[in-house]
Design a protein around this ligand. Structure first.
Ligand code: TYM
Length: 343
């Protein structure tokens, strides 16, 4: 493979993505990200990371952080990521992440980070009280990706801006240190009909781990009854299902449920609309609920099984961290040489 613009060989493809161990893994995390992780392992070498350093940018109770770290790992395994062929690990176990993040703290500009909408949303009106880590969060994320010279990053829509920043950081590092193409410019992979799953209670806000209402999201460890109840209670408008994609885009709650159905059934939105056009939400919700239970309940059950005796989960993380470090260490050696650190 060649990079056409400069005849230098294109970097070897490598996938990296991360999920925060902050509890309440939900349908958005699954459809927007984790399910795509599973598909990509057929084609790429992949690293899937439980980003515990990111989690502590806001307060985490230590024992709860440990449980949530194992829970995300269990979710990766339950969804079908193969820990033998791919690398599953937690971020804090590989020092390269924090080391490279420091370097990027000195490459990225304050103005770049100040524009990050996620920081503004999370810090809200209390920016002076936010941790420095929350502000510098995207630099650590760039370090996660670039410590492995990753080329592809599967994420939900909400991470797009962070990935653009990652590319800016890679480019500035390469320019500043006159190291053309040292870091690749990673491509976001934002795929499928549910890249931004919305709350079940309000079609204008994203489904999120931190929503106060548990009814706003379907958690990966919800049982069949709870999944069905939450879908039954999901907010809709009083009209029957939309007749066209154009109409759906004007009706956020309907559009969200159609997107969820399409993603779970591996169909396009258009096909789902055709199938259900003009039908009642009650009928649609029954079918959606059966589908969601069929896909999600086995995942929840496998997560519970893994969490009941987490030795296997811990082994996967330990083995993954060793293999991840073996990739990152020589890259960090080059970074240090390029910067001029005496070694
Ligand atoms: P996190 O832990 O918030 O979310 C994990 C993944 O789930 C996706 N996601 C969604 N997708 C669709 N609809 C939703 N409602 C929804 N909510 C979350 C996210 O886009 C993400 O892909 N900063 C990242 C973690 C991270 C990372 C990385 C990702 C750290 N380092 C390096 C990629 C590469 C985050 O907070 O994800």
């Amino acid at each position: 493979m060649e990079n056409k613009s400069n005849n230098r060989p294109a970097p070897a493809p490598r996938v990296f993505s991360g999920v925060q161990p902050t509890g309440n893994l939900h349908l958005g995390n699954y459809l927007g990200a984790i399910r795509n992780f599973v598909t990509l392992q057929e084609t790429y070498d992949c690293l899937y990371c439980v980003v515990d350093l990111h989690a502590i940018t806001v307060w985490q109770e230590p024992s709860v952080l440990a449980r949530h770290t194992r829970e995300v790992t269990a979710a990766f395994l339950a969804c079908g990521i193969d820990p033998k062929t791919q690398i599953i690990f937690n971020q804090s176990a590989v020092p390269a992440h924090a080391e490279l993040a420091w370097v990027f703290n000195c490459v990225a500009r304050m103005g770049w980070l100040g524009r990050m909408t996620q920081f503004k949303d999370k810090a809200g009106k209390h920016q002076q009280n936010a941790s420095v880590g929350l502000f510098a969060y995207p630099n650590l994320m760039a370090a996660d990706i670039l410590a492995y010279k990753s080329t592809h990053v599967p994420v939900g829509e909400d991470q797009k801006q962070h990935l653009e920043l990652c590319r800016d950081i890679a480019q500035k590092f390469n320019n500043d240190f006159d190291a053309p193409d040292f870091f690749p410019l990673p491509e976001p992979l934002i795929q499928g009909p549910a890249t931004r799953v919305m709350s079940l209670r309000d079609g204008a806000v994203k489904m999120s781990k931190s929503d106060k209402s548990d009814n706003a999201r379907i958690n990966l460890n919800d049982n069949a009854d709870l999944i069905a109840k939450k879908i039954r209670k999901a907010k809709t408008d009083p009209r029957p299902l939309p007749e066209s994609e154009e109409e759906a885009t004007t009706r956020p709650e309907a559009d969200n449920l159609i997107g969820i159905y399409a993603a779970l059934a591996r169909q396009s939105r258009g096909d789902v609309i055709q199938q259900f056009a003009g039908r009642s939400f009650a009928a649609f919700k029954n079918e959606l609920s059966d589908l969601a239970v069929a896909v999600l309940a086995p995942i929840g059950e496998e997560m519970s099984r893994l969490m009941a005796a987490p030795d296997h989960v811990d082994d996967v993380l330990r083995d993954g961290a060793l293999r991840a470090a073996a990739i990152a260490t020589p890259i960090m050696d080059d970074v240090k040489r390029i910067i001029g650190f005496v070694r």
